[in-house]
Design a protein around this ligand. Sequence first.
Ligand SMILES: O=C(O)[C@H](O)COP(=O)(O)O
Length: 332
Amino acid sequence: MGTLQSNRLLNNASAHHEFGNVSVKFVPKCFKLNIELSRNRSYGSGKKNFGLIQASASQTSVIDPVLSPSNNGTSDSRKKSNEAALILIRHGESLWNEKNLFTGCVDVPLTKKGVEEAIEAGKRISNIPVDMIYTSALIRAQMTAMLAMTQHRRRKVPIIMHNESEQARAWSQIFSEDTMKQSIPVITAWQLNERMYGELQGLNKQETADRYGKEQVHVWRRSYDIPPPNGESLEMCAQRAVAYFKDHIEPQLQSGKNVMIAAHGNSLRSIIMYLDKLTSQEVISLELSTGIPMLYIFKEGKFIRRGSPVGSNRGWSLCLYKEFSSIQAKVR
Ligand SMILES: O=C(O)[C@H](O)COP(=O)(O)O
């Protein structure tokens, strides 16, 4: 099982590395086009520019929503230019959360309660403009992101970028700039997957504790550098999740884009450990509830934790991080 899983991860890894920073689309040869790279930022009056490669003249435009960070395009006229919002959401309850089974990289969908949690999370962030969405490759995180966006006030359409092959990329192109302006690119990345739980995947958590002892199971679940049998430790999970965050997501924030990440308990714990500079001791007590969004402001190269938005009808009102019982990290 361990080998199969590693192969899957390796296969996925090559696909995603290849298209990590997509910036150019192919223009059909039959059109002779004057292509210009627009780096305009349009703020206010709902105007938005992803930073497009546009074809002038009356021919079709070929538009890529996933841009290199230098092609800046952000949406919010109120936002200070060097600030960006980062929203983290652990997926809603899955069918295996409900059954209390170790899930890890097994691809299990949400329960009805999980669907409701995702919708509720969406209400909380419905006033925050979102420029890009990152999710893991797993359906529970993708469902959460999509359901949350159904509540968003701007009514933009989240669209999954299919970069797994040249053909998938070509066949999912969008040819209208106006339509692109009403879209939010969704990037899926296996690196944001849940920590691979090895030979615990599919086992009941309580039965495992009864069999191996509560302490041993706690070590497997929460220690920083001790992996479960043939699985990933949090440290190993951090190596891929935090590296992906630094290489792909942080540059988007640096360019002023607001980013939402829908991922998992442990991949998000490792990212929060990086954002909040938690020690390997402190991260042990960090617990994330399903479906609760967390907000950070990225400003002058620093991440400032702002807690969780409290609701759609209260604008940008924020609760302090420490008020959230769902996150029991030491407040620094
Ligand atoms: O993979 C799982 O079982 C859960 O998503 C996270 O489990 P944990 O809280 O035991 O790490």
